[in-house]
Design a protein around this ligand. Structure first.
Ligand code: RNT
Ligand code: ZN
Length: 424
């Protein structure tokens, strides 16, 4: 007797579709939303947040990539090649998240306060051809004027002015890129400002930060093409005792000035739920940016895992009814493993978490909740964990022409052998 033909993908998917449909979940709708929701891929995983300025050293700014995996990208061609290699292993739409230290066309050596979109021409042209959107970040670290750990909250008005001008330049760059690509740029301000040890005065740096930010946002920049966000942090490595831009500071600032808020999954107390913040802040801020990341002890930037905090966070996004006001970006930097693998693992997990959220039997759950049937609510939530979401994920990978789980790592190994291993 001949061996029975192996099950075609689509019949496994059909099985999953029926299982979900019995719970009132439309897998096709989930797949459609997943296919329309981009994840912003942070360029800085490719070179350990090095940038192209040459002097790049983010030490002292509370962030640090550790590890010595060979093959770090050192220029535009290498970084773009790595981004494409990783992008090919990630199903569905991506955006590219750039930092100001990645200016490509700056032979004149313009300082950061003088940067314009033309200094990023190579990226813009690449993104246009690739069909990717771009996001942007002023880089308020790894610079002589940030050497003492303060930027927008610096006590010297001349130093503050420099960083205000840099942030304004970044917003203008965002608007130009957004208009040119026909896709708005999310522009995120994060600063390292803070102290390693107990400050005498917690108020003054915050007052200065407020004044600086008000100057940054007073500059007239097309909101249609540049969406501003501000990112808080609890503490950083070497900045353990005080961060001027705390959560309360930025939440209040974003609500008052109606700019976006960035919630980085690694920037809160370990038992705090970022998932729980989403529905609250969406009532008060116009836009929410997520930095999907993973805190491990004192590091906030491990590669995203498919863990409960990530699943809970993306489930809140999936059920928010506000996908048009939420941007999903990744933020981690691990130099101890293959950097392409890091991107692929993190992005695939982010998208899996979103898919799981989209596949929750939401109608049934709400019905149970609204009738006070909390036993059914818990049963549904727990049973949902065992539903065949992975078959829907495999179907997504198939439709997007992207390798399935267990199949994509070969391509990383080949790239490591053929490209990364040959770099100086
Ligand atoms: C730092 C912030 C910030 C940076 C990037 C490089 O703690 O998370 O988002 O990681 O801007
Ligand atoms: Zn972040």
């Amino acid at each position: 007797m001949p061996e029975p033909a192996s099950e075609p993908q689509s019949s496994l998917y059909n099985y999953a579709r029926e299982r979900y449909s019995a719970l009132g979940v439309d897998t096709e709708a989930a797949l459609a939303t997943l296919a329309e929701t981009p994840v912003s891929m942070h360029c800085w995983q490719g070179d350990d947040v090095g940038g192209f300025e040459g002097a790049g050293d983010s030490a002292g700014s509370g962030i640090l990539a550790t590890g010595n995996q060979p093959g770090r990208a050192t220029n535009f061609d290498e970084l773009v090649s790595d981004i494409v290699a990783a992008g090919n292993l990630i199903p569905g739409p991506l955006r590219l998240n750039l930092h100001a230290i990645y200016a490509t066309d700056n032979a004149g050596g313009a300082d950061r306060d003088m940067l314009t979109a033309e200094h990023f021409r190579s990226w813009i042209d690449w993104a246009k051809a690739a069909g990717w959107g771009i996001d942007f970040n002023p880089t308020c670290f790894a610079h002589p004027r940030a050497a003492d750990g303060f930027t927008l909250a610096h006590r010297d008005p001349a130093v503050r002015r420099f960083w205000v001008d840099h942030c304004i330049a970044a917003r203008r760059i965002g608007a130009v890129i957004g208009r040119e690509l026909g896709k708005p740029v999310v522009n995120n301000i994060w600063i390292p400002d803070g102290y390693k040890d107990t400050p005498a005065d917690r108020a003054a740096p915050r007052a200065r930060l407020l004044e600086s930010l008000e100057a940054v946002f007073a500059a007239d920049v097309a909101r249609e093409w540049n969406i501003d966000a501000v990112e808080s942090k609890l503490f950083g490595i070497g900045v353990e005792s005080y961060t001027a831009g705390s959560h309360e500071f930025y939440l209040a600032f974003a609500a008052k000035h109606q700019v976006g808020l960035c919630l980085d999954a690694g920037h809160f107390h370990p038992t705090e739920s970022v998932a729980d913040k989403i529905s609250a802040v969406l009532l008060f801020v116009p836009h929410l940016l997520l930095h999907v990341s993973r805190g491990v002890r004192w590091d906030s930037d491990h590669v995203v895992a498919l863990d409960d905090p990530t699943r809970d966070m993306l489930a809140e996004v999936a059920g928010s009814g506000a996908l048009d006001r939420i941007s999903i970006g990744m933020d981690f930097f691990d130099a101890s493993i293959n950097r392409i693998a890091a991107w692929a693992i993190g992005a695939r997990n982010t998208k899996k978490a979103l898919l799981q959220g989209l596949l929750l039997p939401r109608k049934r759950l709400e019905e149970a909740e609204n009738t006070g049937d909390f036993g059914t609510r818990l049963a549904l939530l727990e049973d949902a964990k065992g539903l065949p979401w992975n078959l829907v994920w495999e179907e997504f990978c198939r439709r997007q022409d992207t390798p399935a789980d267990g199949e994509w790592m070969d391509s990383v190994r080949n790239y490591e052998k053929d490209v990364l291993a040959k770099r100086g």
